[in-house]
Design a protein around this ligand. Sequence first.
Ligand SMILES: [Zn+2]
Length: 168
Amino acid sequence: MPKNGDLQKKSVSKTIARGVASAAKTAKKSAKAVLMTGRTMSPPVEIEPRVIDSPALRALRKERRRLTEELKCQELLAQDRPTTGNHMADDASEVEAQAKSLALRRHLEGMIKEIDRAIARAEKGTYGVCERCRRPIPEERLKVMPSAAFCIECAKLQTRPMKVVTVA
Ligand SMILES: [Zn+2]
């Protein structure tokens, strides 16, 4: 019977047509997805506290590593000083160098603590939010100072009392 062959031909062409249609559909969908992601890429309005921002966290961890290395170097240098042994440092410049070295180490320790606090904030999801006024800290400030806990306005208010009070 010729009818059978006709039917087969028809169903084959139908399947092909269906295949083409579904391929077109998926292509359309992926094109739409590209458009959608393109739309979400536009700069978001920052009102909500930032959730863990991995580039920021990475920058913090990198900076922490760098500071820890520097602190280690400074500690080794301090240990290597010949005057820290039996006899007192009587050379004025040596005394000054020791004081400078100690100040530098204290400074590095302080910076590492700041970074630890910033990492803790990132883990809590409050990184990039001013600890005083709760407003988002501008991106440019975080880029320069990733461990910033305050916005510029609040930092100005904080620096004076914070320098008087020694944080143990
Ligand atoms: Zn603030």
